[in-house]
Write a protein that binds this ligand. Sequence first.
Ligand code: ATP
Length: 347
Amino acid sequence: MDIKVRNIRKEFDRYPALHDVSLDIRSGELIALLGPSGSGKTTLLRLIAGLEFPTAGQIFFGAEDASEKSVQERNVGFMFQHYALFKHMTVAENIGFGLSVRDRATRPGKAEIRRRASELLDLVQLSGLEKRYPNQLSGGQRQRVALARALAIEPRVLLLDEPFGALDAKVRKDLRRWLRELHDKIGLTTIFVTHDQEEALELADRVVVMSQGRIEQVGSADDIYDRPSTPFVFSFIGQSNRLPVDVRGGEIRHGDIVLGRTAEADGRWNLYMRPHDLDLVDAGAPGLTGTVSLSRRAGGSRISEFEFGPERHRIEVELPADRGGEPGTELRVRPRRWQLYREGAAA
Ligand code: ATP
């Protein structure tokens, strides 16, 4: 099911949680809503679900204007982090719940509900656990039962709010892979909320980066990582260094130091560089130089920090651990890749 979000504004007691949000989701896509706490991710998800209604703007499911429709009319499946399983119901009863509360005209028979529950348990790879109670399951198993419960009503769209939020790192990673495979198998339009950039970039077909009630960028993992359209996205997605620079005649300069070339117009810009996109250069070559004050190991590399220039800009460099960078040593580096943003663009 295609979903079109058109110029949505949402206020809570006059406080705007979403400004002018528009978004096109294609049928069968797996979409991540990514952003810091309070950026409006959950609000957008709840509006799509029909748990909230917009102050202004519209939401279309296919060609149909769903803006005023209820959750049931929209036929969405959702799973919220704190929307726990019913403790007094078995796994099978939990999964069948959405079907068993339908009105008589559309409610399947008991045997049919049982059959559907066991089919879904197969799908989430938990066959045989029908009769267990939630407290007899691991955290990861519970999440999968919750997902089966969301799928039981055969939704047109699946909405997941921080689906793996409460789980430990290893289980989280396994479930991620599993959700991706499940999605590819059933091809259901799925939107999930996360504040974990790795989770978003690894799992989603496209990532929607949000900040302060607005969409900053929508794109594939490559778009977001390699071509972040704003300084906010650049910094949110990974480690970053920022250095004010002048562009003159195609040269990027910090004071007298020429750091590279660009096609951008003359003026004042900010140069954003990732620590692993800085290379060591020889003494004679132009570069950013300083004495390392702090360093830490990160797997096979070392991340070293030094201060640069009279304004004491802090630069972080990630180098293979055997290339130096210990505290007290001098480093001279130059960016291999960077992004330029106009001075004043919000970070
Ligand atoms: P988190 O990652 O912390 O869940 P989020 O990006 O999902 O954050 P939202 O929950 O959508 O953010 O909240 C966006 C803004 O709207 C926040 O400032 C929040 O305080 C406010 N807000 C959300 N729901 C309500 C509500 N029911 N009443 C009043 N304010 C609300």
